[in-house]
Design a protein around this ligand. Structure first.
Ligand SMILES: N[C@@H](CCC[C@H](N)C(=O)O)C(=O)O
Length: 301
């Protein structure tokens, strides 16, 4: 990133930021009606602010804007988002970010307690509940079973499905010992999934729930939770492991998500994701939060 772009980003100093967490997956949110961040700055702003220890730190950044679209199936769309992973890449959908953004949209008056918002993956219906937020997900697609890939000389078998973003799901016996980062990263970048890549989940059934750990694309690490990953794992492994809808999914933070579906043959029926969405803090952007970008400037040589 050149110094002119960093200056344009620093000129956003003073805009309001909110930090939220959805079961340990954390996000910076911006009400873009007030902030007015232009589309061409969003990815770099996300990259700048999501850096942990040197900036705000988050798994992703979300810009919320009003919408005037009417969806033929889900009706009036209240607002739309631009979602970015911590590495600045745009993602089509995010389950934990979706719950956080829905609560924030409600609180800043972009929507009522029931709403529809637009993502790149399609419109999502959301409900604000006393216990958290519930999302009606997009219709999952592209399900596959039994794909085997060679990783470090051994074969790794996986199922997968797109629940808004692509997910591979690997069943394991011992979730604590699951090689989430070393194997997850190799599967995520495997030529089989190129060019989009995939998120990679490791899951096992324990005490009547599904325990899931996720290597996230765009964060390029294990995160404490992944909503679309919880949904993919519940859909692909839940029934085979004897877990009925709603499947309770325990994520790496130790918190729980609920996945509702109605599997009839190949069809999953309407799919819902339910869980917590909490505020962490609200503040104003300080230009110094982007200071670390200066050390990343393109070198002339
Ligand atoms: N954490 C999210 C998924 C965010 C997008 C993902 N990293 C991707 O690029 O596919 C969730 O809760 O679903």
């Amino acid at each position: 990133m050149d110094s002119a772009q960093i200056k344009r980003l620093e000129a956003l100093a003073g805009i309001d930021l909110v930090k939220m967490t959805g079961t340990g997956n954390d996000f910076i949110l911006v009400d873009n009606r007030k902030a007015g961040v232009t589309r061409e700055l969003m990815s770099d702003l996300a990259l700048g602010l999501c850096q942990r220890r040197r900036s705000v730190g988050a798994d992703g950044m979300i810009f919320l804007e009003p919408s005037n679209r009417v969806d033929p199936v889900r009706g009036t769309v209240d607002w739309r988002w631009h979602f970015f992973n911590a590495d600045g890449s745009a993602a089509e959908m995010c389950g934990n970010g979706g719950r956080c953004a829905a609560r924030y949209a409600h609180d800043v008056g972009l929507a009522g307690e029931e709403m529809v918002f637009d993502t790149t993956a399609g419109p999502i219906r959301a409900w604000i509940l006393d216990s958290g937020v519930k999302l009606e997900m997009i219709h999952p697609f592209g399900a596959y079973q039994g794909v085997e890939l060679e990783v470090d000389g051994g074969m790794v078998k996986m199922d997968g499905v797109n629940t808004g973003v692509p997910h591979a799901v690997i069943a394991v016996e011992d979730i604590e010992a699951a090689p989430v980062v070393p194997v997850g990263r190799k599967v995520r970048f495997a030529p089989h999934f190129a060019p989009a890549g995939t998120n990679v989940n490791f899951a096992c059934a324990k005490d009547g729930e599904l325990v899931v750990r996720t290597y996230e694309r765009g964060v390029e690490d294990e995160t404490l939770a992944c909503g679309t990953g919880a949904v993919a794992s519940a859909l692909m492994l839940g029934p085979a492991m004897g877990l009925k809808s709603p499947v309770r999914v325990k994520v790496r933070s130790g918190e729980e998500l609920k996945v509702h579906f109605d599997k009839q043959g190949e069809d999953f029926g309407p799919v819902f994701l339910e869980g917590a969405a909490h505020y962490v803090y609200s503040g104003k952007l300080n230009a110094e939060a982007l200071a670390w970008l200066h050390t990343q400037e393109d070198s002339p040589c």
